[in-house]
Design a protein around this ligand. Structure first.
Ligand code: HEC
Ligand code: HEC
Length: 325
């Protein structure tokens, strides 16, 4: 019973004082508001707004129908916490110097623009942004600005979400339902559909949700990184309930996997063509729970674990998997 109370306190602290009120991150991220009112400053701030207010600027609530690229009610910030500035909250800060980068999903080197569009088509269940358009330029300018110069070209401490040890048994969605009811439903709703802002609040905030939906038509699709159990468990363990940080996780690792298994069993939009992902099958993540499956494992084992036997099989049969199809 302590946990809901703690998260309530975290919730109140964060929402009463705005975006930068998160307990001071142990890395410092430059603040776009310190930039002058010139072309670069305005572009960087536009980029930040696009990350925070995606749904109203380039999503379903954009006034101009031609600019409704994102297909759901999420914002980039729904997952890239604190406008992408939070350490281990899937930060965008610091990643500027990492791209172009080999990406297994397409088995090729991808630019930052292409990586952003990967999230547009999957996490945002929408269409890619024009690569040379004003929105893309603004997002790139923002990411460059919040990436401190000393981070460029360095492997980045605080990137993504921290690895967690994989449980040696399958996750338990029924227990995950209990965890969901006890620790998540308070904000995300018992039906997982989040809490929509009323029209006046939404207009003011530029966002559709106070708390985003975890499944259903307005959430990420089944091709998104967050739809994979290990990726989602790492994110949830380090960052949820909201206000949690990687330094003081609120859930046990087992509970994080169980709650993610429950969420993973709920309906969400489908991305056609997923069978073309990870054309080098030996690099397909073991928790990618869509065909073609590699090795003699059931779809449920890819979805729920245990994943070590799959990892072991991949290690010994990887060369076979690469060419088999
Ligand atoms: C539903 C959650 C979610 C949303 C919403 C989302 N992303 Fe992501 N994003 C992820 C995850 C998870 C990863 C890591 C992917 C992986 O491990 O495969 C990621 C990775 C990225 C990366 C690469 C980061 C790195 O460290 O290499 C960029 C850039 C990015 N996202 C940009 C965006 C932008 C811009 C938006 C909004 C248009 C957005 N994302 C919306 C979940 C999300
Ligand atoms: C105190 C409220 C609160 C609680 C409790 C909470 N969350 Fe969240 N969650 C948020 C907010 C707020 C965001 C989005 C952050 C933003 O938009 O700035 C979020 C984002 C997410 C996301 C990524 C976005 C999406 O729509 O999928 C996932 C996944 C998630 N939460 C899972 C959970 C799980 C699992 C639990 C329970 C263990 C949980 N949350 C508990 C408030 C909460």
């Amino acid at each position: 019973m302590l946990r809901p109370i703690l998260s309530l306190i975290a919730f109140a602290a964060i929402f009463s004082s705005g975006v930068s009120a998160q307990s001071a991150p142990p890395w410092s991220v430059p603040d776009p508001d310190t930039l002058p009112d010139d072309a670069f400053g305005r572009t960087v701030r536009l980029g930040r707004d696009l990350i925070v207010k995606t749904s109203s600027m380039i999503g379903p609530d954009a006034p101009d129908p031609a600019r409704r690229y994102a297909g759901n009610g999420l914002d980039c910030q729904s997952c890239h916490l604190q406008a992408g500035t939070q350490r281990f909250g899937l930060p965008l800060a610091g990643i500027w110097g990492l791209f172009p980068l080999y990406i297994a999903r397409e088995n090729e080197v991808r630019t930052l623009e292409e990586r952003i569009n990967g999230c547009m088509e999957r996490s945002m269940n929408g269409a890619p942004l024009p690569v040379a358009g004003p929105e893309m330029k603004a997002m790139l300018s923002y990411i460059r600005f919040i990436s401190a110069p000393e981070q460029v070209g360095q492997s980045l401490d605080g990137r993504g979400a921290p690895a967690v040890p994989l449980p040696d048994k399958a996750a338990d969605p029924a227990h995950g339902h209990q965890v969901f009811t006890d620790t998540c439903a308070f904000c995300h709703g018992a039906d997982g559909q989040g809490q929509r802002l009323d029209p006046a609040e939404a207009k003011e905030a530029g966002r559709r949700y106070r708390f985003p939906p975890l499944w259903g038509p307005d959430s990420f699709n089944d091709g998104a990184g967050m739809a994979r159990a290990i990726t989602a468990a790492q994110f949830v363990h380090a960052n949820m309930p909201y206000g949690t940080t990687f330094e003081t996780p609120a859930l046990s690792v087992a509970d994080a996997f169980d709650v993610v298994a429950y969420i993973g069993g709920q309906p969400r939009p489908h991305k056609p063509g997923l069978d073309a992902d990870f054309p080098d099958r030996s690099r397909k993540p073991v928790d990618a729970a869509y065909p073609p499956y590699i090795g003699p494992f059931t779809p449920d084992q890819h979805r729920l674990g245990p994943w070590q036997p799959i990892q072991f099989w991949m290690k010994t049969n990887g060369a076979l998997a690469r060419t088999a199809d």
